[in-house]
Design a protein around this ligand. Structure first.
Ligand code: GLU
Length: 430
């Protein structure tokens, strides 16, 4: 659907937010309307059905998607998520965000995203394997190291990447490790990739503190989500002295104004994996107060890191936020309405596609190593990652200060510029 000006209107929160932010920045840049039109649509969207024989013998058909928003700068890059709200439009919005993320990061990729609409928390390992393999086979025609390079996202990790890659390699008849990233270390993965998104987020926060002259040991933070992004962000921040006063996952939020021992939370989650999996249930026994999950937004602290789901900072919750600084670990955690409320309150928001770019930057390093057939040390990987994150943070910060715009607007303008310049250079017939 389009409005009277030919601008797209979607009925999905993530796509609408992505379009809203893109149009606003593009208009401020006076971007040519033709370029705006091109960049508001994905280049390609593939919808696949994914039939799976469940463990009880019945067959269920899941809906899967893979979207390539832009390949202007290089192969499209982005994760694959398994969640109930996955839809074609959600993937379109997330793929668009990946275009800006890769552009801003200065890495040679366009943006993509994929996923399957399913509830992975209620599926057995065998069911997930069959689903991943069938999905992999059905998107195989558009996947490749020089065309579209998937990676993990919500509820997927190294295991799902192995199933998908193994299936596509069997179809090809040869190894092709650079076709996707986020692989386990011993299966063409890169040491450092698992921690990369959290490390990148922490690097942004440290750079911010350095610029502002804040001492990390005097700062407090609350981290929403204790998965791959939030857990490592909390760990790295706390190792530098930041007091983590609250963490949360789908089981609730765990609060201690004197600081949570993050190393203990890691240990806790990794014990008895069969029983608890990677969940924090019962962690209140370790000296925390358990509060409802959403209440983590209202916890008194300096820095809030939403590292769980989209849309958590919205018009109903934005007013509750006490933190002055937000580092977005999740993709699209803030709605445009919430952004206005928070801007009015003087909150500094470090946008998702800057703050959580450590994951895809780490993926780029993995892909580069796969293409070279040569493994870097973890130290080299981490050093390059942190340097790139800090440089990118400063670039966005300086532009925002100079032009008196928000960090999100500044990040958008830099990201759109790089992509639109190349679209103009290459011409419309990409
Ligand atoms: N899923 C991650 C993201 O949203 C990583 C993507 C990638 O490494 O390609 O940034």
């Amino acid at each position: 659907m389009v409005d009277e000006n030919g601008r797209r209107i979607a009925n999905n929160l993530i796509l609408n937010t992505a379009l809203h932010d893109f149009y606003a920045a593009a208009d401020e840049m006076h971007l040519d309307e033709g370029l705006i039109q091109i960049l508001s649509y994905p280049e390609r969207r593939v919808d696949v059905s994914v039939p799976v024989t469940l463990d009880d013998g019945s067959v269920k058909v899941f809906q899967g998607f893979r979207v390539q928003h832009s390949t202007a700068l290089g192969p499209s890059k982005g994760g694959i998520r398994y969640a109930m709200d996955v839809s074609g439009q959600e993937c379109e919005g997330l793929a668009m965000l990946m275009t800006w993320k890769c552009s801003l990061a200065g890495i040679p990729y366009g943006g993509g995203k994929g996923g399957i609409c399913c509830d992975p928390t209620h599926m057995s390992r065998n069911e997930k394997e069959r689903m991943s393999r069938t999905y992999g086979a059905r998107i195989a025609p558009i996947i490749g190291r020089w065309s579209d390079v998937p990676a993990p996202d919500m509820y997927t990790g190294g295991q799902e990447m192995v199933w998908i890659m193994d299936t596509i390699c069997k179809m090809l008849g040869h190894f092709e490790p650079a076709m996707l990233t986020g692989k386990p270390i011993d299966y063409w993965g890169a040491p450092g990739r698992v921690e990369a998104t959290g490390r990148g987020l922490a690097a942004c926060a440290f750079e911010f503190m350095r610029i502002k002259g804040f001492d990390p040991a005097k700062m407090t933070a609350a981290v929403q989500g204790f998965g791959n992004v939030g857990s490592y962000a909390a760990k790295i921040l706390s190792e530098a002295g930041v007091k983590i006063v609250a963490i949360s996952d789908t089981t609730g939020a765990y609060y201690n104004p004197n600081g949570i021992n993050i190393a203990k939370a890691f240990e806790y989650m990794n014990t008895e994996p069969g029983k608890r999996g990677r969940k924090l249930t019962g962690f209140e026994k370790e000296g925390c107060e358990k509060i409802p999950g959403d209440e983590i937004i209202g916890v008194k602290c300096d820095i809030f890191c939403p590292c769980a789901a989209q849309g958590v900072l919205n018009q109903d919750t934005a007013d509750k936020l006490k933190a002055k600084y937000v580092f977005e670990g999740a993709n699209s955690p803030t709605t445009p309405e919430a952004e206005d409320i928070l801007n009015d309150k003087g909150v500094i928001l470090v946008p998702d596609f800057l703050a959580n770019a450590g994951g895809v930057i780490g993926s780029y390093f993995e892909w580069a190593q796969n293409l070279q057939g040569f493994t870097w040390t973890e130290e080299e990987y981490n050093n390059r990652l942190v340097k790139l994150m800090k440089d990118n943070f400063c670039k966005v910060w300086d532009f925002a200060e100079a032009k008196k715009v928000t960090m999100r607007r500044s990040a958008y303008m830099a990201a759109i510029k790089r992509v639109s310049d190349i679209v103009e250079l290459r011409g419309v017939y990409l």
